[in-house]
Design a protein around this ligand. Sequence first.
Ligand SMILES: [Zn+2]
Length: 64
Amino acid sequence: MKEVFRACKKCKLLTVDKNCPIHGEEKTSTEWFGFTIVTEPSLSVIADKAGITSPGNYAIKVRQ
Ligand SMILES: [Zn+2]
């Protein structure tokens, strides 16, 4: 069974939930593109550019 990942419009975190686990009220979207796994936000150039501070799976782009 394939799970559909959703991305938070605010922080781009990928989750299977309809709301972001970090932003509670923020709805997640299925319209996202690209994918990056961040394990060490402080060492990642992508994380730095995207303002990612917590490890996790993130979308590169989320349609607003
Ligand atoms: Zn979020």
